[in-house]
Design a protein around this ligand. Structure first.
Ligand code: TYD
Length: 211
């Protein structure tokens, strides 16, 4: 069975850059690796993503949480198969995003959001989370530099503050395997830290390739 590792973090913490770095590093190994993103990740998921990010659409918080959970249900069905075929599956966001953004950020409550996700995931949990965290103000500054913001990025600073608090609560709860990555450091240092963590989850016969 392969391992499932998830990249998480508030907006503007450099997740996309990190993901490209991880991809580059893993391409140099013989590991079979699959990547997917949320929202999105499959044909149905990409359609749900378009609904979720559409700046013209308004939706109730519960609808939003259910759409993310529906997307995740579809990805989980695929993930179960992929973990048999791949050494590693890496996701750009998963369950903890919903707990932090919809649970804490939108105020739906992490427990309630967990319930609908547990229906989608049948209680399944990823093997590891790499959680990029940055000073909230710095993250918002970085995000504002982007020209076109989608529906979810337009939310107020207060929302994004709560999201970071949500992630911190999840880490403190000790219920999820979370490694906090300091997103304020140089990109090479961040990548190095993440590759060390990923190295702990790859099959023993591939360890030399990565370390
Ligand atoms: P995306 O463009 O993929 O941004 P990022 O590069 O930051 O991941 O948009 C994803 C947005 O969706 C992001 O603002 C986080 C949000 N999101 C949730 O609110 N709940 C979720 O469950 C997931 C997976 C994402």
């Amino acid at each position: 069975m392969g391992c499932f590792i998830v990249l998480e973090g508030p907006d503007g913490t450099g997740k996309s850059t990190l993901l490209r770095g991880i991809q580059r590093e893993l391409e140099q190994t013989n590991l079979k690796v699959k990547y997917f993103r949320e929202p999105g990740g499959c044909r149905l998921g990409e359609k749900i993503r378009a609904l979720l990010l559409d700046p013209e659409l308004e939706m109730a918080p519960a609808t939003e949480a259910l759409l993310f959970a529906a997307n995740r249900s579809e990805n989980y069905a695929q993930l179960k198969k992929d973990l048999r075929d791949y050494d590693l599956v890496i996701a750009d966001r998963f369950l903890l995003s919903s707990l932090a953004y919809q649970g804490e950020g939108l105020g739906l409550g992490m427990d309630r959001v967990l319930q609908i996700n547990d229906f989608a995931l049948q209680g399944y949990r990823p093997d590891m989370h790499l959680l990029l965290l940055l000073d909230v103000e710095e993250g918002l500054k970085r995000k504002k530099k982007q020209k076109v913001l989608d529906r979810l990025e337009r939310r107020k600073e207060e929302f994004h503050r709560k999201v970071t608090e949500g992630y911190l609560k999840l880490e403190k709860s000790g219920k999820y395997n979370i490694e906090i990555i300091d997103a304020g450091r140089a990109p090479e240092e961040i990548l190095d830290h993440c590759m060390k963590v990923i190295g702990r989850f790859i099959p023993a016969n591939h360890e030399e390739e990565i370390l």
